[in-house]
Design a protein around this ligand. Structure first.
Ligand code: NAD
Ligand code: DAU
Length: 355
């Protein structure tokens, strides 16, 4: 079946994996990648698909309502997979306005454009879908002995990032309840894998080990995250876009909880082994620094609903995923060096200065 699918944020980390999967798996779909190319957007993430006939890139800001409406008209969009966002918690602590603008107003602008364009058609919402990608951070933080986040867990965001994502989730659900738009929302745990911007824990630490820079562990390193390989997330998005129930919510997670400090030791061991350093060589780089403000203690997702209803589960064991990931960053040093030249040093200085 022919479809025209708008993927927002397709030049970012997760978005690039989703674009690649859809372009390759569905030659009959036209995939339109809308991305503003902020510091986090990088067309080098999509080098291998940019020449495909079913792929189009459009540089635009999701907050620019007129530009978004034009894209809906020009490409006759009938499905949206919305990933564009400001995504880094530490940046949201320094600059919450940008997060409210992109994540809340940007999402609203897409919803309103979709509504106006789809309602103007004789078939209205038939065959349409608006899929919003959200995060487990909207549920707040768990204690070590709490049970996992389910789809029924009450929203309790703590950072400006998660507050902005929670707000955008509410707008998406409101557009279903008010206008009947066929929406779906997913809340996913921490992703890892190739093409992640080196402000996030795993690529940052791999790169710092390579350059023998300190590894800034927040607080005591006791916080827990649930890690999922990014291609497994992209597969889940594919399944839910096609088979998820309208107006429903699905949690996506890895059933793979790691205390930060334990994960960091795995990263150090893997990088040292692959570079040819003696075991324990880079342990001395571990540096405990001032904790992140409002640092959520633990996230852990119960994704049994997705497994039971749609048959999805993570395919990759963590040991295999982390080995693949470290290898990828070491093999793609040019990609990393391009990103970390220019503005990056300034960001790094500001983020870690005085901690
Ligand atoms: P990312 O920061 O790597 O990429 C975000 C992309 O959005 C970039 O390409 C950027 O250029 C684009 N963008 C930003 N502002 C824009 C704007 N105003 N208009 C158009 N494009 C804009 O993010 P990511 O880690 O790939 O996350 C993607 C989505 O998944 C986000 O919505 C995030 O909240 C969600 N999510 C991420 C994770 C994770 O672990 N990374 C986990 C769960 C959910
Ligand atoms: O849970 C899903 C979320 O995961 C996504 O919604 C976010 O977009 C994504 O950035 C991620 O958020 P986290 O804050 O969990 O990811 P981050 O990689 O920034 O940090 C992971 C953990 O590591 C967290 O407990 C903070 C800690 N950390 C992070 C950095 C960057 C450090 O100890 N030192 C660091 O330098």
């Amino acid at each position: 079946m022919k479809r025209n699918i708008l993927i927002t944020g397709g030049a970012g980390f997760i978005g690039s994996h989703v674009v690649r999967l859809f372009v390759e798996k569905y030659p009959d779909y036209n995939i339109i990648n809308l991305d503003k190319l902020t510091y986090a957007g990088n067309l080098a993430n999509l080098k291998d698909v940019e020449q495909k006939p079913n792929y189009t890139f459009v540089k635009a800001d999701i907050c620019d309502f007129d530009a978004v409406c034009e894209i809906f008209d020009k490409y006759d969009i009938d499905g949206v997979i919305h990933l564009a966002a400001e995504s880094h918690v530490d940046r949201s602590i320094k600059d919450p306005f940008t997060f409210a603008r992109t994540n809340v107003i940007g999402t609203l602008s897409l919803l309103q454009a979709a509504r106006l364009k789809w309602e103007a058609k004789p078939e209205r919402y038939e065959g349409k879908r608006f899929y919003h990608i959200s995060t487990d951070e909207v549920y707040g933080a768990l204690e070590f002995d709490d049970t996992l986040f389910t789809e029924q867990t009450k929203y309790d965001p703590h950072s400006p990032y998660s507050a902005s994502k929670a707000s955008s989730d509410h707008f998406v659900r409101a557009f279903h309840d008010t206008y009947g738009m066929p929406t779906v929302v997913t809340n996913c745990s921490n992703n890892y894998g190739p093409y992640q911007f080196p402000e996030k824990l795993i690529p940052l630490f791999i790169n710092n080990i390579r350059h023998r820079r300190p590894l800034p562990v927040y607080g005591k390193g006791e916080n827990v995250r649930d890690w999922l390989y990014v291609e497994d997330h992209a597969r889940a998005i594919d399944v839910i876009f096609h088979e998820g129930k309208v107006a429903d919510t699905y949690n996506i997670g890895g059933f793979n909880e790691w205390r930060n400090i334990d994960l960091i030791k795995v990263i150090i061991r893997t990088v040292d082994r692959l570079i040819g350093n003696p075991e324990g060589y880079s342990d001395e780089l571990i540096t405990y620094v001032t904790d992140r403000a409002g640092h959520d203690l633990r996230y852990a997702i119960d994704s049994r609903k997705l497994k039971n209803e749609l048959g999805w589960e993570p395919s990759l064991q963590f040991e295999e995923g982390i080995e693949k990931t470290v290898r990828w960053y070491l093999d793609n040093q040019e990609w990393m060096d391009n990103i970390t030249s220019g503005e990056y040093e300034k960001y790094y200085e500001e983020m870690y200065k005085g901690r």
